[in-house]
Design a protein. Structure first.
Length: 80
């Protein structure tokens, strides 16, 4: 599944991580690594690009990331 596809209806029931001052660099590094290759995530439209919005945990629950990201995983690109 492409991370820029529409939001799954089950993401309406989700956990959230609210920490606007936390760096997302380690999250992005993990998602772009071989270890994170099987991790599903969703990127929401933000202007003319996409930003990381949810990570799906192994049980299928969505974790909404309310974080200030300076970089995005490669899957958030429209070209991915």
């Amino acid at each position: 599944a492409k991370p820029t596809c529409g939001v799954d209806k089950w993401l309406d029931n989700h956990h959230a991580y609210d920490a606007q001052s936390v760096s997302t660099s380690s999250i992005v590094t993990f998602l772009d690594s071989d270890a994170g290759a099987d991790t599903y995530y969703y990127c929401s439209p933000q202007g003319s690009s996409y930003t990381l919005h949810y990570i799906i945990d192994p049980t299928g629950w969505g974790i909404q990331l309310d974080l200030s990201a300076t970089t995005q995983p490669s899957g958030c690109s429209d070209a991915a």
